[in-house]
Design a protein around this ligand. Structure first.
Ligand code: F6P
Length: 553
């Protein structure tokens, strides 16, 4: 396949020109005006994912009606998708074509959840990993001194950390991993090479019952390998010099030899196919900590993802959730000039969702070189950030209300149990924030607020400008019944496919990450002392860091 043969830059498509003109027409209209003239808008601009496993039940709804869109915007965005041959792209994606064209391989992570076949001639056997996870969960694994393994410590970074960390936080029983009165393995994550993170976990760990999973697709990531080395030294120091500590290690990696060379037993190196990218890997053996945490419910997680795959593959663009999520995001980024997206999950269990999404979107689509090697003429991935509601309301929402920047917002809202009053407060807040950030408060409303407080007229005039909130922050609200394994799977797959839609239309490769190599190279050179030519600032920082280290010796 030569992807440059059929590549047309998105700006040269007729729909792009139409959207550029239309964006100018819509840019200054207040969002609430879209509703004033169009009462059916909320319903028309909401898409639903039915739950095929429980008929009559809605799995998930996405309400796009608070976006700066009208019927023409959606029609033109869908026209753009068709002109960019998105439908063919989706087909080729699910057929396992080598759409990761720089690295010449498929991106078939959907195969890990049954959403597509694995690429031809490839193996995808997770049985050994599953048996291992269930043995660990059920207390059937022992350490080198005979103690039952009760503590899994995942050593990994990026995609080898963020996905499983998010999923475990979302789905672990808050009372602990207890089944039938028996405490199953505790799970911790260590990503940072800052000693403090691993030290904190080790301080509460018992070497006799701890197991380290070295999660690294490449088995070549310095932070992870440095932590793994410290873990090995710690085990030896705790269990006794000369003792074989291999019973305390497993690895998830595509680099079998390197893992074995480190000292992981061959039957404990669980493979991760090269067609599963790190940031798409939670469905694979990288999900081992999740499997240990939720056992059989891991399959519900996979089913949730698979249902989103089927929806994405089979649903016309006009009704297709990931397509709309991708297109409205692209509209904000490429046509309305919105530089930033805040992910606002209203669920403590989803507090790491913004970090997971950051890697997914920014590492996938934070690129500027197009399929034909030319440079993009439009902005690509926005800056993704965010945090859990309602925490953010008491911190950064001020900027969303009265700052100078337009920020697109994704509210992620599990509705939760109906008889839980605090859960209701949470959900009411999510709904209220989406409304308030759209409607805002004008000068008259600000004066009315102050008048209600009984302030004198002069004080009202003085303070009113400070109460004005422009509103007009566009948002999408994604709501689903419950934060369980099934809905989490559907949510994560929804965003994965959003990234595909955008990358495809922008014409970039969403599946490589060459950019991150540059900083790694310089860090490697610093570590080895072979710094070569350095700019004066870098040289100064190297010298100062050494001086500071000397001070605390
Ligand atoms: O440096 C970026 C990156 O390669 C990510 O793409 C990846 O998820 C992370 O590092 C960890 O990589 P590995 O699983 O190979 O250790």
């Amino acid at each position: 396949m030569d992807d440059t043969d059929d590549f047309t830059s998105p700006q040269s498509l007729p729909a792009w020109t139409a959207l550029t003109a239309h964006a100018r027409r819509l840019a200054d209209q207040p969002l609430s005006a879209f509703f004033a003239n169009d009462p059916g808008r909320a319903n028309r601009f909401s898409l639903v994912l039915e739950n095929p496993t429980e008929l009559d039940k809605t799995a998930l709804i996405a309400d796009f009606s608070k976006q700066r869109i009208d019927d023409k915007t959606i029609a033109d965005l869908i026209r753009l998708a068709r002109e960019a041959q998105l439908e063919e792209g989706i087909q080729r994606f699910f057929d396992g074509e080598a759409l990761n064209f720089t690295e010449k391989r498929a991106a078939s992570h959907m195969a890990m959840r049954g959403g597509c076949p694995p690429p031809s001639n490839s193996r995808m056997d997770t049985r050994a990993m599953r048996t291992f996870a269930f043995d660990l969960r059920e207390g059937l694994l022992t350490g080198s001194t005979g103690g039952t393994i009760r503590h899994l410590i995942n050593l990994g970074i990026g995609g080898s950390d963020l996905g499983p960390r998010l999923a475990v936080e979302a789905l672990a029983d808050p009372r602990g991993n207890i089944v039938g009165g028996i405490e199953l393995a505790r799970v911790d994550f260590v990503a940072n090479v800052d000693p403090r993170e691993l030290d904190t976990v080790l301080a509460r760990a018992d070497a006799a019952t701890a197991l380290f999973v070295i999660s690294s697709k490449s088995f070549n990531t310095p932070e992870t390998l440095a932590n793994a080395e410290v873990a090995r030294q710690w085990l030896t120091s705790q269990l006794g010099e000369g003792i074989d500590v291999s019973a305390h290690f497993a690895a998830v990696s595509n680099a079998f030899e390197a893992a074995v060379a480190f000292g992981v037993r061959p039957d404990r190196v669980f493979p991760l196919p090269d067609w599963v990218g790190g940031r798409f890997s939670v469905w694979s053996a990288i999900g081992l900590p999740l499997l240990v945490t939720i056992g059989g419910m891991f399959d519900d997680f996979l089913v949730g993802g698979r249902i989103m795959d089927d929806h994405f593959r089979l649903t016309p663009l006009e009704q297709n959730l990931p397509v709309w999520l991708g297109l409205t995001g692209l509209w904000n980024s490429s046509f309305l000039g919105i530089q930033s997206v805040a992910a606002l999950p209203y669920a403590h269990g989803l507090r790491s969702f913004p970090s997971w999404l950051q890697q997914l979107e920014m590492e996938s689509n934070g690129k500027q070189t197009l399929r034909d090697g030319s440079r993009t003429e439009t902005d690509t991935a926005p800056i993704v950030w965010g945090g859990a509601g309602t925490i953010g309301q008491h911190a950064f929402h001020q900027l969303l209300y009265q700052g100078t920047r337009r920020v697109a917002l994704d509210f992620i809202v599990p509705a939760g149990e109906s008889n839980n009053s605090r859960q209701r407060i949470l959900v009411d807040n999510a709904i209220a924030q989406a409304a308030a950030l759209m409607v805002g408060r004008d000068f008259d409303a600000a004066r009315a607020v102050l008048a209600n407080r009984g302030l004198p007229a002069a004080e009202i005039e003085r303070l009113a400008p400070h109460l004005i909130c422009e509103g007009n922050q566009p948002s999408t609200t994604i709501m689903f019944p419950l934060l369980d394994a099934f809905h989490l799977g559907a949510l994560l797959a929804l965003y994965e496919h959003k990234v595909f839609v955008q990358g495809w239309i922008w014409g970039i490769n969403s599946f490589d990450q060459y950019g991150v190599e540059l900083g790694k190279e310089i860090a490697r050179a610093l570590a080895s002392g072979e710094t070569g030519e350095q700019d004066p600032s870098t040289a100064q920082l190297v010298r100062l860091s050494e001086e500071f280290r000397q001070q605390i010796r």
